[in-house]
Design a protein around this ligand. Structure first.
Ligand code: D5M
Ligand code: FE
Ligand code: ZN
Length: 691
């Protein structure tokens, strides 16, 4: 087995240049174990050229002496096979990928901690909070160091949340689906011949390349250093994968769509693209960049504080609010309320202590553990804004006896009924381009949407669907998680969007599709994500009847507000709040709703852009709150708000296997717009391989 394969089995990656440097010594001068041990000691998951050089010099091997041209580069030898299994990884796109991979989740300071093999800290995102047990890790991933990895495991289930629904289960006929599917491109997952590019593709002077009928063509630049080349546009017929160009579904003849006659009634009540961000100015001409950055962050938190104060003051119980700076003017026995950002919190012997800050000052707030209210301590995430009522001791401590989370009002005003039933389908995390993308199931779903139904019940559902909302991770992207390139069916970001659009163009015309980005998309990594980068996701912008929305966004459908977010904030909830799990995302979403913020904690798992306005505040209670990201479908209702996590269309990835994330793919929740509640879940998972 080649070095690349061996490393990947152990969840390590190697860059092309490092591979070529190390490969000639591999097996002769060092073994896999030594290399992994070395990488581990450097806390690295990606073996790049620098690391490879350091490693060789630690072995006293010839560092800095590159292979002398094609002669030393693997030809028909065993190592060719290593290259062959990931030929696409060395394409132009992969160059980008490698770059990105070297700083996984760039803006998250502890992003490396998120990687499973490296850390078993209690705050790792794999915690599901309930029970602790040891997961059977494949021998290869623990083989080297021999150290046991602790994983926390929790049951995966779908809450039925007490909501009335007709679960249609899996009565979508197999035969009709399979029969209706067009012949799939056989070569779709085959990567072996992906590199037969015409040699005219690279004609740079001073470069030579090796002809190799099996492996990729390798170019050597000056000094015999292997270099990445820019892949030529390859006509689709010659690609080793399909982008679904031939997949065309027509509405079933004679199928009656009631929704066609129902008037379209939607508006984007909130979209980040519509927010005008003013760049703050440094006070004077001598102001430094650093001052500006501090100012931007400070503006961001001021904005959060302002918005949250308004929300908290809507609660009639929150009265007598004063600034922290004015506390010294009030009497010791006077009950007052302060509202501030929770900078930190800790448990003490007698109770709980918070450090709370508003725009006028900072104060310590204490609550006794005998007080029932103190239980709210566990729900308060760092940097969220909370109200505390109590008395100021005069010794710099505020003794609270009541804690108010921003929360949503207990009752919602009833909205006027609609004349006709109209439905919306909510999806997320399609992950087109992943080889775990459930393409057959998704195709079957599209046929179903075009009238290929099994019974009257389904007919009624399909007929009234007027909206489709997709909450991010629409493609799998490139270089998003360690080892991803081994699991890509479409290793090119442009083609991933092309493929997605080739599928989505089969959504019947009268259905308006809203599409927002997630962390796998070609979009800004930090929240909020205004939309997709047009140069990568161009086909998406041309899709008929599609509306690109930001993450987050609020869509008003027939007077009902649907808050749509990809849902990365769920990761922080799972990390900070005891007993919250990836497997029950609706509960985690509820915590966010109660804090009225989509990602309250700054500087942890979720990168947040320091925009001068905090657009992640949930400013008004929606009728429905949709998120995805965690790949598990789950829903519940709270104070009139319907919370739903819409799962995924991707079967379990190798990475998810390691972190014990068990997805529930290919389920289609259908929402009755009038009530903003679940009408039905239609399952297509029987067509999803690997489930
Ligand atoms: O997220 C799919 C799932 O994987 C979701 O439950 C979050 C989890 N996830 C994503 N990135 C990480 C890292 N770095 N560590 C642990 N768990 C993670 P998706 O956004 O589709 O990849
Ligand atoms: Fe996802
Ligand atoms: Zn995601």
């Amino acid at each position: 087995m080649s070095l690349i394969e061996e490393l990947m089995k152990n969840n390590y990656l190697i860059t092309p240049s490092a591979f070529y440097l190390l490969n000639e010594y591999y097996g002769r001068s060092f073994g896999l174990g030594q290399l992994i041990k070395f990488a581990k000691s450097k806390n690295a998951f990606i073996i790049d050229l620098t690391l490879a050089e350091e490693f060789l010099s630690s072995l006293n091997l010839g560092v800095g002496v590159p292979p002398e041209g094609p002669g030393v580069v693997p030809g028909e030898s065993e190592s060719t096979v290593g290259v062959e299994i990931v030929p696409t990884a060395y394409s132009s796109v992969e160059t980008v990928k490698m770059g990105e991979l070297s700083v996984p989740d760039a803006s998250s300071s502890d992003s490396l901690d998120e990687m499973p093999v490296q850390s078993s800290e209690s705050r790792s995102s794999i915690s599901t909070g309930d029970t602790s047990s040891t997961l059977d890790v494949p021998a290869t991933s623990r083989g080297i160091g021999g150290d046991e990895k602790e994983f926390l495991e929790g049951g995966s289930f779908i809450s039925t949340g007490g909501v009335e629904l007709e679960n249609l289960e899996s009565d979508v006929g197999v035969e009709s689906a399979v029969g209706a599917l067009p012949a799939q491109d056989e070569t779709q997952t085959s990567v072996s011949d992906g590199f037969d590019v015409d040699s005219t593709g690279y004609s740079g002077s001073g470069e030579n390349y090796e002809e190799n009928s099996v492996g990729p063509k390798i170019i050597y630049g000056d000094y015999g250093v292997p270099i990445a080349y820019v892949e030529e546009e390859v006509p689709e017929g010659e690609k080793s994968y399909s982008v679904y160009s031939d997949f065309v579904v027509r509405p079933k003849e004679g199928f009656v769509y009631r929704a066609r006659d129902i008037k379209d009634e939607w508006s984007l009540v909130f979209d980040v693209k519509g927010v005008k961000f003013e760049v703050p100015k440094a006070k004077n001409a001598a102001g430094k960049d650093g001052d500006l950055i501090v100012k931007v962050y400070s503006n961001y938190f001021k904005s959060r504080l302002r918005k949250m104060k308004r929300i908290l003051r809507e609660n009639p119980e929150v009265g007598g609010v004063i600034d922290i700076a004015k506390l010294s003017y009030v009497g010791k026995d006077e009950d007052v309320t302060i509202i501030g950002l929770v900078n930190s919190k800790r448990e003490t012997r007698k109770g709980f202590m918070f450090e709370v800050e508003d725009s006028t000052g900072v104060i310590k707030v204490f609550i006794n553990r005998d007080n029932e209210e103190s239980k709210k301590f566990f729900q308060i995430m760092p940097d969220s804004v909370i109200a505390f009522r109590g008395r100021h001791s005069g010794r710099g401590i505020f003794f609270a006896d009541k804690i108010f989370l921003p929360d949503v009002p207990k009752f919602k005003r009833k909205k006027p009924p609609l004349e006709e039933k109209v439905y919306a389908i909510l999806l997320s995390d399609i992950h087109v381009g992943s080889n775990k993308f459930c393409e057959k199931a998704f195709m079957r779903f599209l046929e179903w949407l075009n009238g290929e139904v099994n019974n009257k019940k389904e007919e009624e559902l399909v007929s009234r669907v007027k909206y489709l909302i997709i909450a991010g991770d629409v493609v799998d992207g490139i270089g998003i998680y360690p080892g991803q390139y081994n699991e890509l069916a479409i290793p090119d970001i442009f083609d991933q969007y092309e493929a997605l659009v080739n599928l989505l163009r089969n959504v019947p015309e009268h259905i308006t599709t809203f599409i927002g980005p997630g962390n796998h998309d070609a979009a800004r990594t930090a929240l909020p994500q205004p939309g997709f980068y047009e140069e990568y996701a161009r086909p998406l912008f041309k899709l008929k009847n599609a509306v690109i929305i930001s993450n987050p966004a609020v869509i008003r459908l027939h007077g009902r507000d649907f808050l749509i977010a990809h849902g990365r904030g769920i990761e922080d909830v799972v990390n900070f709040i005891p007993n919250r799990s990836h497997h029950r995302p609706a509960e985690a979403m509820l915590e966010l709703l109660k804090l009225r913020h989509l990602a309250p904690t700054f500087g942890e798992k979720v990168p947040i852009a320091p925009d001068p306005e905090d657009t992640l505040v949930i400013e008004s209670a929606p009728d429905l709150f949709q998120a995805g990201h965690v790949h598990v479908m789950d829903y519940r209702i709270y104070n009139g708000v319907f919370l739903i996590n819409t799962g995924t269309w991707q079967a379990q990835t190798e990475f998810q296997k390691m972190v014990n994330i068990v997805p529930t793919p290919a389920r289609v929740p259908i929402i009755d717009v009038e009530t903003a509640r679940l009408r039905a879940v239609v399952r297509f998972d029987e067509y999803c391989e690997g489930v």
